[in-house]
Ligand binder design. Structure first.
Ligand code: SF4
Ligand code: SF4
Ligand code: SF4
Length: 230
């Protein structure tokens, strides 16, 4: 898209973002895009084990470094709650907050340009920044509040499982590689031999806000201590 046109659309987006997100119902899509991830051959997902997580934030820093995420915004957060129990037997709960790579993604449904899309080869919910006009419809529609406008690109941004920076090189996402306690497991939900599927078969997990019908693909192994807040 020409620069002047993009700037114009971004200006319009800023103006109309406050009016309504419900008037847009259909997205023009690129060739590699889907609006529903249920038909993809590979379906990437992640498990965060709250029992193994020590809240060190190495994953957050690795993500920032690898994906060139500017200060002031982040693609992943580790939220701490607690302490639980009485001193000296206290513990904390650490919860990963990032894109859930929803199979029925509200952000994709509302995007007027097709910039927010589900990659048909991987099931990853991604952003095509060339198509993004910065209208923020997707940010308003995401029930997990994990999208943001990147202050440098002025386009929507969020976790993409390091699709461009790591997966394209055959590497695991940066957060997974950086985690010192192996609290993060990434893999293909459609591969029964993957570590991810084996883990899901052996440990009970929960997902956030499943009642909304978004079919999130970020699973959590509940901490033994503490409370689960969905
Ligand atoms: S968590 Fe939000 S940004 Fe991620 S796929 Fe779901 S609706 Fe979209
Ligand atoms: S990705 Fe979000 S900010 Fe960008 S055009 Fe689509 S709805 Fe608007
Ligand atoms: S790097 Fe691992 S242990 Fe550290 S906060 Fe992230 S998930 Fe938790």
């Amino acid at each position: 898209m020409e620069t002047s046109k993009r700037q114009f659309l971004k200006g319009c987006g800023a103006l109309i973002a406050g009016i309504s997100v419900y008037t847009v119902t259909k997205s023009p899509l690129a060739e590699n895009a889907n609006t529903d991830a249920s038909q993809t051959e590979v379906k990437y997902a992640m498990v965060h084990d709250e029992n193994a997580c020590i809240g060190c934030n190495a994953c957050v820093e690795a993500c920032r470094e690898t994906n060139h995420v500017p200060d002031g915004v982040t693609r992943v957060k580790i939220e701490r709650t607690g302490p639980f129990g009485n001193y000296p037997n206290q513990s904390y709960r650490f919860n990963r907050v990032s894109c859930q790579h929803c199979e029925a993604a509200p952000c994709v449904r509302v995007c007027p340009t097709g910039a927010a899309y589900i990659d048909k080869d991987t099931g990853i919910v991604a952003v095509n920044s060339d198509r993004c006009v910065g209208c923020q419809y997707c940010i308003a529609a995401c029930p997990y509040q994990v999208r943001f406008i990147n202050p440098e690109t002025r386009t929507a941004d969020k976790c993409d499982f390091c699709q461009q920076t790591q997966l394209s090189k055959g590497l695991q996402p940066a957060c997974v590689l950086a985690c010192p306690t192996q609290a993060l497991t990434f893999g293909n939900l459609k591969d029964p031999d993957s570590a991810l599927v084996k883990l899901l078969k052996t440990k009970p997990t929960y997902r956030a806000k499943v009642d909304l019908g978004t079919r999130p693909k970020l699973f959590h192994i509940q901490t033994i201590d503490g409370e689960v807040m969905l």
